[in-house]
Design a protein around this ligand. Sequence first.
Ligand SMILES: Cc1cc2nc3c(=O)[nH]c(=O)nc-3n(C[C@H](O)[C@H](O)[C@H](O)COP(=O)(O)OP(=O)(O)OC[C@H]3O[C@@H](n4cnc5c(N)ncnc54)[C@H](O)[C@@H]3O)c2cc1C
Length: 250
Amino acid sequence: YPGTGSTGDGYRLLAAVGHTIVPPRPALVPLIAAEPFVARLQGLSLRHVRATLLQNGQALASEFGEMLFTHYGISGPIILSLSKRAAEAAARGRAEISIDLKPALSDEQLDARLRRDFDQFGRRSYHHLLAELLPRLLIPVFVELTGIAPDKPGSQSTADERGRLFRLLRDFRLTIVGSRPIAEAIITAGGVAVNELDPRTMQSRLVRGLYCCGEVIDIDADTGGYNLQAAFSTGYLAGEAAAHALGYGM
Ligand SMILES: Cc1cc2nc3c(=O)[nH]c(=O)nc-3n(C[C@H](O)[C@H](O)[C@H](O)COP(=O)(O)OP(=O)(O)OC[C@H]3O[C@@H](n4cnc5c(N)ncnc54)[C@H](O)[C@@H]3O)c2cc1C
């Protein structure tokens, strides 16, 4: 993490003595989306949504919770959790994040909700009806993507138009083109290969008296304090084993 002074020296020193370095890459990191409209959603936070990572249309992983739009794409807890796999998927080919904005409603419930809104408040404009369903910033984007005139009264909407809205609420899709750099990541994936370290002492299996701990090792975990715990635990083991090897604490 360059912000606290790291420049990659640890990887270079370990490579110089023969260790395998799995290429470092950002993890738990915001994602960049191709759609220009994301810039207009900057600052919008969505709660209780489901984000699904797709590779060539196939679901790879899914998270439920909170996310956030930024001027370049998306961030927030559920996006960070998907980010490593999303960046890898983007490097391989077509990667998308599909957001279900109403995951608590079954298809039948969502359909019934839309029918009720459009019938009951039929004189209201489409724009006005969307205000009952979406945060303010998403309304113009939905108008654009569904292609329904914002001033069209709900009662005049067709089944096809309601179908388009239904599908967009279920599957609001963003094309992922990559992630932000390591400098903006919470952790770094990659590092010294784990099979080259003794897990009981964190001592190098190649160089006697050399110990590794924390981010320099090829381990990365989800959010929730697991990365700090990994740094503390491997640091404790390495320190204790090194002291023991020098004859302290015998
Ligand atoms: C913004 C942010 C938020 C985070 N939030 C969480 C969280 O909520 N929960 C969680 O579990 N994890 C979190 N993490 C991750 C966690 O902080 C790291 O996994 C952890 O700090 C790794 O510890 P480390 O000692 O291995 O590396 P670092 O904490 O990066 O420490 C490495 C130190 O080595 C120094 N250094 C580098 N090169 C040299 C050199 N050549 N000579 C001398 N010194 C050098 C650096 O200056 C730095 O002080 C967060 C990280 C960031 C960036």
